[in-house]
Design a protein around this ligand. Structure first.
Ligand code: ADP
Ligand code: CA
Length: 451
């Protein structure tokens, strides 16, 4: 999304009174960096809605974009709610939605202030703080790993002696598996603790007031559930298998394929587990994205959020007669008819292209070849050239996405792997000095020193 200067500002919005026949108006909260804004705006246009963008950017620096823009500071939610209320007094809003996880809490606060149906702000907060989430889930009897909170100031050796193994160290408020590290022994734990502390400090968390979770490592197969809550009832929109083993020490996501190949009874157990998890944190309306592990003891909740699937992944989902996920979410929020929640019958999948090594991305070869692979519907490189690529657990981005559709989940999975094999990434092995804070501290190998 383009963020060049333009003269648009909320202050210039016409202050007309709404008429009874006025189109429904929706406020879409987003940051300039979002992947999802375009899809939501197109879906809103298809529904003939009037769209206002609530953009996290200083006034005066707004997108040169057709929909009108209300500039908001997501880090000052009270003030942002006041601005939204002032706007809505002039031009009533029928829904306030966050297009991704950047403004889930603000959307809840603003909806509450405007009297729109929504999740309680407390539910949104629980969905964004893993410690709060775990406490509520445990209280609600939802199967989830044993967890403990430790302050960042704790003595690593003492904590290493107090936990059981294998375990997972986990930040409370990061996403995309950043900072999530498995430890099998006390020695590994101490190293992981130090690494996580560096990541959190580099992210601006304060040592004195921050902490992290240590959870039992739950072995098993991982799935992601995309669903829609209506009055607390969960309808599954798509259940994705994650066929690559995610055993750590870091947990880089790669392939998502739907429909799931798990037996129907297991799928129903997953749905019901997510429904209980949503209830336990007070989520009752709108999209949910949940991640679970499944083993011989059944499903285990990893996390749940009151938002839809991130990045470009939603583009693989189509419902009924070609309706996209964003349209479905908008229809639900506005109380419009939901024609069909049946996903199209064919299989679909996406690969979040893993980062093979740290360095500067200089080029990508084999794109055309990858796009020619049967069943592949798209290959998008989203990482900008000449910028540093930082792998997990420090990094926060993907190289890009590969999309596929086909008759069976197995065929889709194989197509994604085949397309990925066509790609060659030219990555120069060095990080700029500025990023030193995030550089892993493993000592350079002899070969690296010789360079
Ligand atoms: P994030 O919000 O960063 O995605 P998650 O809690 O979803 O954090 O953890 C990221 C990944 O780490 C999960 O998808 C899973 O693969 C792995 N993971 C997290 N917690 C556990 C656990 N207790 N046992 C096993 N794997 C886990
Ligand atoms: Ca996750």
């Amino acid at each position: 999304m383009d963020t060049q200067q333009s003269q648009l500002a909320s202050e210039q919005l016409p202050a007309s009174r709404p008429s009874a026949t006025e189109r429904k108006r929706v406020l879409l909260l987003m940051t300039p960096a979002t992947y999802r804004g375009g899809a939501f705006v197109s879906a809103a246009r298809r529904l003939d809605l009037e769209v206002v963008i609530g953009l996290d950017t200083p006034p005066g620096l707004v997108a040169a974009w057709p929909p009108e823009v209300l500039t908001l500071d997501f880090k000052a939610p009270e003030e942002a709610v006041q601005r939204i209320r002032a706007f809505a007094r002039q031009r009533p809003l029928q829904a306030v939605l966050s297009v991704d996880d950047s403004a889930v809490e603000l959307a809840a606060l603003a909806s509450e202030a405007l009297g729109l149906p929504c999740n309680s702000p407390a539910a949104a907060e629980a969905a964004r703080d893993k410690y709060v989430m775990r406490q509520r889930m445990a209280a609600g009897g939802v199967p989830c790993p044993v967890f403990r909170y430790f302050p960042l100031t704790a003595d690593p050796a003492a904590v290493a002696d107090a936990v059981s193994y294998p375990c997972v160290l986990k930040p409370l408020r990061l996403s995309g598996s950043r900072g999530v590290i498995r430890a099998d022994t006390p020695v590994e734990f101490v190293t992981a603790f130090r690494r996580l502390r560096r990541i959190l400090l580099a992210e601006g968390f304060e040592e004195e007031s921050s902490g992290f979770l240590v959870e039992d490592f739950i072995p098993g197969f991982e799935v992601a559930l995309e669903g829609l809550l209506t009055g607390g009832h969960l309808q599954v929109l798509a259940l994705f298998d994650k066929p690559d083993p995610l055993d750590g020490p870091f947990f880089e996501e790669t392939i998502y394929v739907t429909p799931s190949r798990l037996p129907p009874a297991v799928q129903e157990a997953i749905r019901s587990c997510v429904e209980r998890a949503a209830a336990s944190i007070g989520l009752r309306e709108g999209p949910v994205h949940a991640e679970l592990r499944v083993n011989e003891h059944g499903p285990w909740m990893l996390e749940i959020a009151g938002r839809s699937i991130g990045g470009l992944c939603s583009t693989v989902l189509e419902f009924g007669a070609g309706m996209c996920l964003e349209e479905l979410i908008l229809r639900h929020a506005l109380g419009l008819a939901l024609p069909s929640l049946e996903r199209r019958p064919e299989a679909a999948g996406v690969m979040m292209i893993p980062i093979p090594q740290a360095g500067i991305l200089k080029g990508v070869q084999g794109l055309e070849e990858a796009r020619q692979v049967p069943l592949i519907t798209g290959v998008e490189i989203t990482a900008p050239l000449n910028n540093p690529l930082v792998p997990l657990p420090e990094g926060a981005s993907y190289l890009g996405f590969i999309f596929a559709r086909g008759q069976s989940p197995a065929a889709v999975e194989e197509a994604l792997r085949a397309a990925h094999r066509c790609l060659r990434f030219d990555i120069r092995r060095e990080l700029p000095v500025l990023n030193a804070a995030l550089r892993p501290t493993t000592p350079p190998t002899v070969a690296e020193q010789a360079r």
